[in-house]
Write a protein that binds this ligand. Structure first.
Ligand SMILES: *Cc1c(COP(=O)(O)O)cnc(C)c1O
Length: 304
């Protein structure tokens, strides 16, 4: 394993009257505790790619992300740990001259070379133009969000850490680019189901992305999964006041930090679906805590 981690991550039960009334059991899969600087699904998606980079003798990792991309930060930290160079192509050329935010500063501190490009250039590079141009021939080029076939194999290992799963089980995770959901759905035993919660407006598009990842990783389609589109909160990175209040309340009652852009939306969806009677009584939900809150991530950076 190129990056040692604390596996398997803990599985903790959440006792809550709202869920109990609906007959729904909730467990948290604490992937937020997986690794201090390459947390959660980023570790699961990156490690098979790191294995490949090392096996192929690559000396650099190249990838793409926005101004606060967890994937850029995680890739920089992983590259540094393995003695590889890294390049991050960042969406937004105006950021080049601006003071670095904490997230980009952390990536840079881990040795990542940042390249700021316009939105149009970003789209062209991130959708394959960069790799095709040959300018990163010595590098392993990872897609935005890190979701490729190897990443799907990485997250497909997760359901095996959840004990016996059967027809009453619903494994839930947030959906950004879909790699995490695709892997979980592919790794489930038959009968168990996966529910992804979209964190951005992506109805249709996200389903197609997951199907494409299944074809790329396994050469076939999987059933037993779906994406819920009712809790994106207005779009990527948007945190409506009601979501903020829900997450803060959950943190206070259960003593677990709730990452806002992804985890909070998935958690709120579980609560709302349970309260609305949309989850059959007797359902056991396992929510994958795919990452850590920004404050915790920033603190981990300053310690490393
Ligand atoms: C990156 C990220 C996701 C998105 O996962 P995808 O595989 O892109 O769908 C989910 N949760 C957290 C906390 C993340 O940082």
């Amino acid at each position: 394993m190129p990056l040692p981690a604390d596996l398997p991550t803990p599985l903790t039960a959440v006792a809550d009257p709202v869920l109990a009334r609906a007959g729904v059991e909730l467990r948290l899969k604490r992937d937020d505790l997986l690794h201090p600087t390459v947390p959660g699904n980023k570790w699961r998606k990156l490690t098979p790619n790191l294995d490949r980079a090392l096996a192929e003798g690559r000396t650099r990792l190249v990838t793409f992300g926005g101004a606060y991309s967890t994937h850029l930060r995680a890739t920089a930290a992983a590259a540094r740990a393995l003695g590889l160079a890294s390049v991050g192509v960042v969406r937004g050329e105006e950021l080049a001259a601006a003071p670095r935010n904490w997230s980009l500063a952390a990536a840079e501190a881990d040795g990542m070379e940042l390249e700021f490009v316009s939105r149009a250039a970003y789209r062209a590079l991130a959708t394959g133009g960069g790799a095709a141009s040959g300018r990163w021939a010595d590098a392993l080029v990872l897609p935005e969000g890190g979701s490729n076939a190897l990443a799907v194999h990485g997250t497909a290992a997760l359901p095996a850490e959840l004990g016996d799963l059967g027809p009453r089980d619903l494994v839930c995770c947030p959906v950004g680019t879909g790699g995490t959901l695709a892997g979980i759905a592919a790794g489930l035993p038959s009968g168990a189901r996966a529910l992804g919660v979209a964190v951005l407006r992506g109805e249709g598009y996200l389903e197609a992305a997951v199907e494409e990842l299944h074809r790329a990783a396994h050469g076939r389609a999987f059933d037993g999964w779906r994406i819920h589109h009712g809790h994106h909160g207005g779009g990527y990175g948007r945190v409506p006041a009601a979501l903020e209040a829900f997450a803060a309340d959950f943190e206070q009652r259960h003593g677990i930090g709730v990452e806002r852009r992804y985890v909070a939306k998935a958690l709120q969806a579980v609560y709302d679906l349970a309260a609305a009677g949309a989850l059959v009584s007797g359902t056991r939900v396992t929510l994958v805590v795919t990452g850590v809150p920004d404050e915790a991530a920033a603190a981990a950076v300053s310690r490393s």
